[in-house]
Design a protein around this ligand. Structure first.
Ligand SMILES: Nc1nc2c(ncn2[C@@H]2O[C@H](COP(=O)(O)OP(=O)(O)OP(=O)(O)O)[C@@H](O)[C@H]2O)c(=O)[nH]1
Ligand SMILES: [Mg+2]
Length: 217
């Protein structure tokens, strides 16, 4: 059994700021406040998909971020919510807090979708702050920041095939050409120090997992 892992920083979107705006109409002098609220920041979800077999899609990706909420506008118009993102992982993935080592999520069932980070709340527009003593408030709230969390994804995998051979014979080269794995390849022995997994697609629906194993003397 091999443990495939990837570290990634996830951030939800910031809330959009509320607007400071005053009603402007013909024949209305000094209209009242009408600044709308900022939109909520986008959320971060985990989605379990059995069509992704390994965590290789996270290689080289260090940060995934949902979109920020849009600012509020005049005429009490609220800003648009920031777009959420789905982090797609294979069944069996554990989400581990990098700082504490705690397992935050154990994602098992195909199709399961769970909210992981909540987007920041949008700020209130100045319209909310009118009162009998202040009929023209210039204050509107800023949006709240999103959440940021660095997690390690871990997947315990059973490879279908393992490449066994003496060092420097081209095992990594083979797996790099037939699978989605991109291991280091070099003309010296013991280039590969830890096993790397790759998915070999045989057709649109069938695939198997191949392991690149360090050279054995
Ligand atoms: N001539 C020739 N060279 C190859 C072939 N396949 C790989 N090589 C070269 O052989 C060297 C070693 O390749 P790797 O794929 O890193 O070998 P490895 O078995 O993974 O080596 P370790 O990880 O050190 O055990 C590289 O310089 C490759 O370019 C081949 O079919 N023919
Ligand atoms: Mg190698």
């Amino acid at each position: 059994m091999f443990i495939d892992n990837a570290e990634i920083q996830l951030s939800s979107g910031k809330g959009g700021p509320g607007a400071t705006s005053f009603r402007q109409e013909k024949f209305v002098l000094k209209g009242g406040p009408d600044g709308g609220d900022g939109g909520r920041g986008g959320d971060v979800y985990f989605v379990v998909d059995k069509n992704s077999h390994t965590l290789s899609s996270f290689r080289g990706r260090h940060h995934m971020k949902a979109k920020n909420g849009a600012p509020g506008e005049g005429r009490k118009k609220s800003g648009k919510k920031g777009q959420s993102i789905d982090v797609v992982v294979p069944p069996g993935t554990q989400v581990i807090d990098v700082l504490t080592g705690d397992v935050l999520l154990d994602l098992v069932d195909d199709g399961y979708r769970v909210k992981f980070l909540e987007g920041g709340k949008g700020g209130l527009g100045n319209w909310h702050f009118r009162s009998s003593t202040n009929q023209r408030p210039s204050y509107s709230q800023p949006g709240l920041p999103g959440e940021v969390r660095t997690v390690r994804l871990e997947l315990k995998l059973i490879a279908d095939v393992g490449l066994v051979g003496v060092p420097n014979v081209g095992k990594s080269t083979l797996i790099s050409t037939i699978s989605n794995a991109r291991p280091e390849i070099a003309n010296y022995e013991f280039t590969t120090l830890t096993p790397k997994l790759g998915v070999v697609s045989t057709d649109d629906f069938a695939s198997f997992v191949m392991a690149d194993i360090p050279g054995i003397i």
